[in-house]
Design a binder for this molecule. Structure first.
Ligand code: GRF
Length: 193
C-alpha cells in the first residue's frame, strides 16, 4: 500500500512508520512521500536521510481548501492510498476527507474522547488523571473524534512532569501507530466505510 505522511514538526511518529515499512514490520508498503506545511520541520531531514521524498507545501495565505487541493493533487499523483497524519497541525478541509474516505488516520496523545485538541498531556496532568495514553483513529470532519483504531494506555506516575509523561506516551505512540497501520495494510482493519 502506498502511504503518504503529513507532518508539521519533529516527525518522530513519521520516523517510526518509515522505519517499520523499511524493516518489513509494516509489510507490502511504501512511503511515497512526506509532506510538511512548515519549511523548518525537523522531520523533513529525517525523512530524506531515510531516502524518502520529503517536500514542503505551505499555506502561503491561501484558503484551507486551496492549500489542501495542492496536497491532495500531490498525494493522488503518487498513487497514495493511505494518509497518515503525524503531528500535522492543521485541520483538514471537507474536500481532503472526501478525497480519502476512511483512508486518513491520525495519532493523538490521549485516550480519546478524553483530552482532544492541543496540549493533551497537559490536560491529563491538570485533570489529575491516573491513566492516559494515545489513540490512533480515522479522521473525519470533527476534531480528534473519528472512529478509534487502537489505543495504548500509560500510567500517570507520582511526580510526573509534562516532559516525563509526554515522553512515555510518545514511546507508546510509536508502537501504536505502527501496529495500527500494519492492521490497515494487512486488511485486519481495512476500512469501516
Ligand atoms: C505527537 O504527540 C502526536 O500524538 C501529536 O503530535 C505529536 C507529534 O510528534 N499529534 P512527532 O512530530 O511525531 O514527533
Amino acid at each position: 500500500m502506498k502511504i503518504g505522511i503529513l507532518i508539521s514538526g519533529r516527525g518522530s511518529n513519521m520516523v517510526a512508520l518509515v522505519d517499520a515499512v523499511k524493516s518489513g514490520e509494516i509489510p507490502t508498503s511504501e512511503i511515497a512521500v512526506v509532506i510538511s506545511d512548515k519549511p523548518n520541520a525537523a522531520g523533513l531531514e529525517k525523512a530524506r536521510e531515510r531516502g524518502v521524498e520529503a517536500i514542503v507545501i505551505e499555506r502561503r495565505g491561501r484558503t484551507r481548501q486551496e492549500h489542501d487541493a495542492e496536497i491532495i493533487a500531490k498525494l493522488k499523483s503518487l498513487g497514495v492510498e493511505l494518509v497518515c497524519l503525524a503531528g500535522y497541525m492543521r485541520l483538514l478541509s471537507r474536500d481532503f476527507i472526501e478525497a480519502f474516505p476512511y483512508k486518513i488516520v491520525n495519532i493523538h496523545p490521549s485516550l480519546l474522547p478524553l483530552y482532544p485538541g492541543l496540549n493533551a498531556q497537559k490536560q491529563a496532568l491538570e485533570h489529575g488523571a491516573r491513566v492516559s495514553g494515545c489513540t490512533v483513529h480515522f479522521v473525519d470532519e470533527d476534531l480528534d473524534a473519528g472512529p478509534v483504531i487502537l489505543q495504548r494506555s500509560v500510567n500517570v506516575l507520582q511526580g510526573d512532569t509534562l516532559e516525563t509523561l509526554s515522553e512515555r506516551i510518545l514511546e507508546q505512540e510509536h508502537l501504536a501507530y505502527v501496529e495500527a497501520v500494519k492492521s490497515i495494510v494487512t486488511g485486519a482493519k481495512a476500512s469501516i466505510a
